[in-house]
Ligand binder design. Structure first.
Ligand SMILES: Cc1cc2nc3c(=O)[nH]c(=O)nc-3n(C[C@H](O)[C@H](O)[C@H](O)COP(=O)(O)O)c2cc1C
Length: 326
């Protein structure tokens, strides 16, 4: 880039930070192209999980998260990202064209930028300390600016999410292709992608909301009590690719905002990966007013909980499309 805009080194710094974004099974389904005056985000269908995520919803959500992370990273470097989503109707995997304009970051924006390196998916039980309502409304406000709705799943609605999670887990456990995919992508050691064993606690029977069962758990959860996470639902008014992309951006905004406050978080999407369960949740939780895209557990980690190490990422050159590629 030129004319007072960031040089390639700064863009690559922002991209490396952006790629800390969460993604389903840590598949990192994105590719980036740096052009003279713009940066482009593509969905990489070669990273799809056909048995886990047949509609590629989780894949697009993951790309929305990396897009928002990139915008946050650029802001920390002194540039605002102007995002044109789905710029080419003939190329649906071209998710965003981004131009950058000089911008002085606010304290809040700097805090969000710092949260990128600190955020982790925490699958352990959370403590019973309540989350002040102001924090929860902050998530809703930030998600709304990105075109998504975020709200707390009320106690009487939680049983519907739990029932869907149990049914999705039952169907997945009986699905050999799903189990094969899960074994390929979880319980890993020294892999630049997938979920490392050190991030996975053993499955616990009796949880109100059953967690996804991953392969090879090696994380110790010192919590002795039941999980006290607050459950949020992220929803959109439509269910097309643009809405899913925006939901992914909202997910990123919620997770980073939670991190700035010191809250732990964990996405929950298994109940939405089964079409019939997703349809039920749409009626029973959202009362047909929107499309559920993801749930997020948020809460305070137990004081005895060890800090989680970061999950690995692929080297940047693996996700950069070379400048001379057609
Ligand atoms: C769209 C999406 C769906 C996800 N679904 C789940 C899930 O159902 N259960 C879970 O434990 N983690 C889920 N995750 C979290 C990822 O496994 C996690 O982001 C990834 O392993 C990278 O780890 P990190 O978030 O700690 O950097 C999901 C993440 C995304 C973006």
């Amino acid at each position: 880039m030129d004319r007072g805009l960031p040089d390639d080194y700064s863009i690559e710094t922002a991209l490396a930070l952006a790629c800390r974004a969460p993604s389903v099974h840590n598949v990192q389904p994105w590719r980036w192209r740096i052009c003279d005056r713009s940066v482009h985000l593509y969905l990489d269908p070669s990273r799809a999980l056909p048995s886990t995520d047949p509609d590629m919803r989780d894949l697009v959500l993951s790309c929305g998260a990396v897009l928002h992370h990139f915008a946050v990273a650029c802001t920390s470097l002194g540039f605002a990202a102007v995002v044109h989503r789905l710029p080419n109707p003939d190329e649906p995997d071209h998710l965003a064209a981004i131009t950058l304009v000089p911008h002085r970051a606010t304290d809040q924006e700097i805090a969000l930028g710092k949260a990128i390196a600190k955020r982790r998916t925490d699958r352990r039980h959370f403590s019973s300390w309540p989350i002040p309502p102001g924090h929860l409304s902050l998530f809703a406000e930030r998600a709304a600016t990105l075109g998504a709705v975020v709200r707390v799943v009320e106690p009487e609605e939680r049983e519907h999410v739990a029932a869907a999670a149990r049914e999705a887990a039952r169907l997945h456990a009986a699905d050999e292709a799903y189990r094969f995919e899960l074994a390929l992508w979880s319980g890993l050691h020294s892999s630049p992608d997938g979920i490392p064993a050190h991030s996975i606690p053993a499955a616990r029977a009796g949880d109100e909301l059953p967690a996804r069962v991953f392969a090879g758990p090696e994380l110790t959860d010192t919590a002795r009590e039941a999980d006290h996470a607050e459950l949020l639902v992220i929803a959109t008014s439509a269910d097309d690719r643009l809405s899913q992309l925006r939901a992914g951006e909202a997910i990123s905004a919620v997770l980073l905002s939670a991190t700035t406050i010191g809250l732990a978080s964990c996405l929950v999407t298994e109940p939405l990966e089964i079409a019939a369960e997703r349809a039920k949740l749409r009626m029973r939780v959202l009362r047909d007013t929107g499309y559920p895209q993801a749930f997020v557990r948020v809460g305070w980690a137990h004081t005895s909980a060890e800090p989680l190490p970061p999950t690995p990422r692929r080297p940047l050159d693996e996700v950069l499309i070379p400048q001379d590629a057609g």
